[in-house]
Design a protein around this ligand. Structure first.
Ligand SMILES: [Fe+2]
Length: 224
């Protein structure tokens, strides 16, 4: 079995796949860029809680998200960090979610928890996957909790900084109150095959075409 087959097989078995991001330099640059958007100067995302209070964290997060999404090139840079695995798991003609999302889980913050859910049950297409990349070490209660396809139990995924995760949001997932002493910061963005069925997040509204192969371009020109 070659490496691509192994990745596909593991993804089908578990519903997620964790990998080491090959281009560490670009990941570090992305993290620096996110740090530069902080309204309060910080040099370490995992200690944000020393500067920002629980009552301010959502406004702080929304301000960061606005600045991240104002930089159009960040979506493409983010895709490049997971491209090898997205291409294997989803395909090479992809649609990309328009807006990048940022999650911040500070120790003891009960206001930022995300109840367990499957996005598909809210009308999202089961053909979508999430590229989830932590900008801090993600572990135990500060990490994402997920139920693998082949397991009955919900588990905290240990995803160190430097790794990425592709998961199907048909899996039960969410997060708990962070009982660790470090804040977790992560980015998530959805991808799907350009041609697979869409849910309530449609092409043009929530998703944009990311790449089209030559034959598709000819086909589209011919039809229009
Ligand atoms: Fe979700």
């Amino acid at each position: 079995m070659n490496n691509e087959n192994k990745i596909e097989e593991e993804f089908i078995e578990k519903g997620f796949f964790q990998f080491v991001i090959e281009d560490r330099v670009s990941l570090d640059q992305l993290r620096q860029e996110v740090l530069s958007f902080s309204s309060d100067p910080i040099d370490n995302l995992s200690t944000i809680h020393q500067k920002i209070s629980t009552s301010d964290i959502n406004n702080y997060r929304m301000d960061m998200i606005r600045k991240i999404n104002a930089k159009e090139d960040l979506r493409e840079k983010y895709y490049q960090l997971g491209k090898t695995h997205l291409d294997i798991i989803v395909g090479n003609e992809l649609a990309i979610q328009k807006n990048i999302n940022l999650s911040i889980q500070m120790p003891g913050d009960e206001t930022s928890t995300m109840a367990l859910h499957r996005d598909c049950e809210a009308g999202n297409s089961p053909f979508e996957v999430v590229l989830w990349i932590p900008l801090t070490d993600s572990f135990a209660s500060n990490s994402i909790q997920m139920q693998a396809r082949n397991e009955g139990q919900l588990k905290a995924l240990t995803v160190p900084y430097g790794n990425g995760l592709v998961f199907s949001h048909s899996l039960l997932h969410g997060n708990l109150v962070n009982k660790e002493s470090k804040t977790r910061v992560s980015i998530n963005l959805r991808f799907k095959s350009l041609w697979a069925p869409y849910g309530n997040k449609g092409l043009g509204e929530s998703f944009l075409p990311l790449n089209m192969k030559a034959a598709t371009r000819i086909g589209i020109e011919y039809e229009s």
